[in-house]
Design a protein around this ligand. Structure first.
Ligand SMILES: [Zn+2]
Length: 92
């Protein structure tokens, strides 16, 4: 089940994706666009900030979305939520 996160600033709801998935997608997109664009080392940042153009709130400030925040069947933008550094939890 996908965790949904809401931007506290503009209210956009995003769907969390694993960082590994994003990196795989970026790799794919980078290959496809390589001939057209300069390689952007900061492309990962687009998955770490609100997708609303005039917002730019870091995803680290996002709050969990409540049921009803996002329209059903909405095509939510992907977001990576940075893992907070904690000493709890197991090894991985
Ligand atoms: Zn926002």
């Amino acid at each position: 089940m996908t965790q949904e996160w809401k931007c506290p600033n503009c209210g956009w709801v995003h769907a969390e994706v694993p960082q590994e998935d994003v990196q795989a997608t970026i790799m794919q997109a980078a290959v496809e666009s390589f001939v057209h664009h300069q390689n952007n080392p900061n492309i990962m940042n687009i998955y770490l900030t609100c997708w609303s153009k005039d917002c730019g709130t870091p995803s680290s400030q996002f709050v969990p979305a409540q049921p009803g925040d996002a329209p059903a069947l909405a095509n939510l933008p992907a977001i990576v939520i940075p893992k907070k550094k904690t000493s709890t939890g197991g090894a991985s």
